[in-house]
Design a protein around this ligand. Structure first.
Ligand SMILES: Cc1ncc(COP(=O)(O)O)c(C=O)c1O
Length: 386
């Protein structure tokens, strides 16, 4: 059986050995230097100014939305566009924090929202929290331009697309901020973990506050001094002063250490995933039973799972039967998010998203991980034949 997740870490045995040694010798295991070191290294690798590490990708999404509310960039009741094809905790923080999610359909041949599907919503949404689905994108540069023209806050949920590149830029570098997941099976596994990236210093400071109780201890010194002065707080009370709404979403030093151990494998991991993707993509493109993905606009497609979209439901049933038993498969992310029970419970408006709905009913994905061996890649390609 080719499982969705083959191992917890890339270079598993070596990483576990290092982790054991680290835990034995470390004096501090709560958030400290290893987390800071990873944040700095991640910003360099991703090409962003600031990064805030948290305990999951879901927490990264929650933190980002809370920070934007704290800054007054978003207000309760604002409409926020989301991709109809996404993960639950891309949308849930919006509902939890009093915003209104607006489901936007995707393109069948990119699985992503495009400027075409976004167009009807441009005059009503205050922000767009776009999901870069499974390493792909549509015309994200046009989306970025449209959002900028219309003063729409553009955010990327990049939890599925670390390492993918379009037009010379990494996905995750198009919006005001972007979020990442380091859950097992994603590109870099830290067991659990997530991160928010931005180039905006005010947003960075708001993220640092809201990540840990909304106290000022983790702020850079000059910002800490300024916030104390502004609120007239003396140093004795400052350590227990809470400035806005916050959480405890902190990672541990174990997360930071694992990040520093796995990050050097970034290029190697992305290279193998890109190569596997190309092999599977070629197999899919020559079989008329499938709708091939359009990727010529992309420089690198780095995904952790390979989507297969069948032309109709009979073909979906046929290939599902072929794969099941030999290969672990699952719906493409979670299909159309508006079809899930939580959506109708909390969102009164219904949205028609024919492409997301088609993908829900006729698509599945299997693993694309860097540890697939040749026999496994060959088996997967043979299953993709008519
Ligand atoms: C698009 C997207 N956003 C957010 C998440 C949540 O990440 P995590 O599992 O680290 O909480 C996922 C998880 O797979 C995801 O696919």
């Amino acid at each position: 059986m080719i499982k969705l997740i083959k191992s917890t870490f890339y270079h598993e045995a070596e990483t576990k050995e290092k982790l054991i040694d680290f835990i034995r010798s470390a004096e501090i295991l709560s958030m400290s230097d290893e987390c800071k070191k990873f944040e700095t290294a991640f910003t360099r690798k991703q090409g962003r100014k600031f990064a805030v590490l948290v305990n999951s990708g879901s927490s990264a999404n929650l933190l980002l939305v809370q920070a934007l509310l704290n800054l007054g960039k978003l207000k309760k009741g604002d409409k926020v566009g989301i991709s109809a094809l996404t993960w639950a905790t891309n949308v849930m923080p919006l509902i939890q924090l009093g915003l209104e999610p607006v489901a936007i359909d995707c393109e069948l041949n990119t699985l992503n929202v495009s400027s075409r599907t976004l167009e009807p919503y441009l005059s009503s949404i205050k922000a767009l929290f776009l999901t870069n689905v499974l390493g792909f994108s549509s015309d994200i540069d046009n989306i970025q331009r449209l959002c900028s023209d219309k003063n729409i806050i553009f955010l990327e949920d990049n939890c599925e697309s670390l390492g993918s590149r379009v037009g010379g830029h990494n996905l995750g570098n198009f919006g005001l901020a972007s979020t990442f997941s380091f859950f097992v099976g994603h590109h870099l596994s830290l067991i659990e973990g997530g991160l928010v990236c931005t180039d905006d210093e005010d947003l960075y400071n708001a993220l640092l506050l809201a990540r840990a109780h909304s106290w000022d201890r983790n702020l850079p010194m000059n910002t800490q001094r300024a916030i104390r002065q502004e609120n007239n707080i003396d140093d004795f009370f400052a350590r227990y002063t809470f400035y806005d709404l916050g959480y405890n979403l902190r990672p541990t030093e174990i997360t930071g250490f694992l990040g520093n151990t796995q990050l050097p494998y970034w290029d190697e991991i992305v290279k193998i995933r890109v190569s596997n993707f190309t092999t599977f993509h070629n197999a899919i493109s020559v079989n008329d039973d499938f709708i091939p993905l359009a990727v010529s606009h992309m420089e690198l497609v780095s995904n952790f799972a390979m989507p297969v979209l069948c032309r109709d439901n009979d073909k979906f049933i046929k290939y599902r039967k072929k794969f099941e038993g030999q290969v672990e498969i699952r719906p493409i992310i979670a299909g159309d998010i508006t079809k899930h029970p939580f959506w109708s419970k909390y969102v009164s408006k219904s949205y028609v998203c024919p492409n997301a709905s088609f993908i829900h009913n006729n698509g599945f994905y299997f693993a694309n991980n860097p540890e697939l061996v040749k026999e496994e890649v060959d088996l997967l390609c043979s299953l993709l034949k008519p």
